[in-house]
Ligand binder design. Sequence first.
Ligand SMILES: O=c1ccn([C@@H]2O[C@H](COP(=O)(O)OP(=O)(O)O[C@H]3O[C@H](CO)[C@@H](O)[C@H](O)[C@H]3O)[C@@H](O)[C@H]2O)c(=O)[nH]1
Ligand SMILES: [Mn+2]
Length: 587
Amino acid sequence: MANSNSSPLYERLEHKNTMHKVMEFIILFLLLSLLVYRLLSFSNHGFAWLVAFLCELWFTLYWVITISSKWSFVEYKTYPDRLLQRVAEHELPPVDMFVTTADSELEPPIITLNTVLSLLAVDYPTDKLACYVSDDGCSPLTFYSLVEASKFAELWVPFCKKYNVQVRAPFRYFNNDAIPSSKNSGEFKQEWKTMKDEYMKLNRKIEDAVGKSIPFDLSEDFSLFSNIERNNHPTIIKVVLDKEEGHSNGLPRLVYISREKRPKHPHHSKAGAMNVLTRVSGLMTNAPLMLNVDCDMFANNPSVVLHAMCILLGSNENQNEIAFAQFPQIFYDGLKDDPFGNQMAVIWKYLGHGIQGIQGVFYAGTGCFHRRQVIYGLSPNNGKLGNQELLKTFGNSKELTNSAADALRGETKCPSMLLKSIEAAAYQVASCEYEYGTNWGRKVGWMYGSTTEDILTGLSIHNRGWKSIICTPDQPAFLGCTPTGGPASMTQQKRWATGLLEVLLSKNCPIFGTVFAHLQFRQCLAYLWIFTWGLRSLPETCYAALPAYSIITNTHIFPKTVSTSTFNIGGQGRRLGPPNRKVRQLL
Ligand SMILES: O=c1ccn([C@@H]2O[C@H](COP(=O)(O)OP(=O)(O)O[C@H]3O[C@H](CO)[C@@H](O)[C@H](O)[C@H]3O)[C@@H](O)[C@H]2O)c(=O)[nH]1
Ligand SMILES: [Mn+2]
């Protein structure tokens, strides 16, 4: 048996997919033949023929980019057991976990708190974990839910660990009324029932609080939320669970942050929130690794951090080139056969693993572990920043520049959260004026300039020459919700399409990344594939409209042979146009 100390923490499996490739080339050949045929018979046809040619030219180019992006299919298999045998618990690196929420009506706090609970309960040393929740809605309800969740966590986390519960978001775990049959000891049954009752109580408390204007005692903490407007309020930072206070009972730290917002200052949506989380966590825990999830995406696999560590600690020579480990976005309760394509199965399964053989998967905004150094603008084999440069880059907080310098040097000093100076500095870096004159959103942190800040941030990382890895454990790492069709789906897709086009038509266009930076050519093609995703609708709509146009204008866009069999009724069998007089009589 192989010694697990020398066995790699992950394996890179290359798939040849020969049959797929043959099929893809046959399709390419057919597309090219069609283009040649169109060109050769151009002189005999008019406008419809030209439009058909242009659409097919686009489809062919798109197909070439698709083949290139899917070509080098690579899969990574991770071995958390080996990691635990090789690295002592106290040597594992700390991880800061970020959860973003923005609207307590659209994103119900019960969902957010389930995500937080699932993260607090992951299998990883709790003193190495800190969870930061950003609330862009500045909602007392969200804060209240977190406080209540932190009390429930004191029961829930030990229960999950004791019985090795696999799904640690209680709303999913208790989805089914039946007690899991595999563990039916009397003690387990008893504790399961207690836990379910406690969760139901928590649920009811949150439900009772929803819709009440002032649902809480105006105790000191909640009074901060009185008389504030969502888009016009000072920063609120509250440490909900902390080691030093002695009531955390072996739980990770938990911090609530609602950054300052003022109508005259741009807030940069999620990217702005992520940058505030990065800075505040930099002051409080400064973990070298950062996980971020949307509030509606819970950890579905308790070993998720260990899986990510296998990739990021790695054992291969090039592990230092890996900037982030991305887990696929998978959604629960989807429609059967996914008729609207919400699960994005093609993107994740084929494209995601395909570009893995180039520079690596795109950053998808959620379910991703980043190295703090990379987010701080480091390039592989980068030089060091001077003090002046640090100030210009990270802003005027001395505490933050010091902690950023530590992070860039690869040192992790974990300051105590309760220090008053740190609290003051945290308020400073969360203020809406802090970023002026700094590189936040331009060279460091989450990038500004697109509503799809995720893909833009990932691109800026790949531009610097970093690689990334898609990690797909058998039990999906994260599960989220997604609109299942209808207007909500369309609004979301319109936002994505707009955001992607914003990047394509800006100075961040990946073509510049290939010419002037370190983005590999085929990785650039893969980015073009995704950035032109919204544009695809134009040729597709035109092409779909062409048969109707041909019928109306009595032209045709397909070879004559098709019409012979279809329209022989009139005896002419010449073209695919409106039925002639004889046919009309017959009809
Ligand atoms: O001003 C804002 C707006 C949004 N969010 C949060 O950002 C996340 C994503 O926003 P959402 O409106 O849910 O967008 P989706 O289209 O569902 O999200 C996908 O697309 C986004 C943009 O590409 C990515 O950031 C997400 O990670 C990805 O899941 C959610 O947690 C929000 O709470 C904020 O924190 N502040
Ligand atoms: Mn969402």
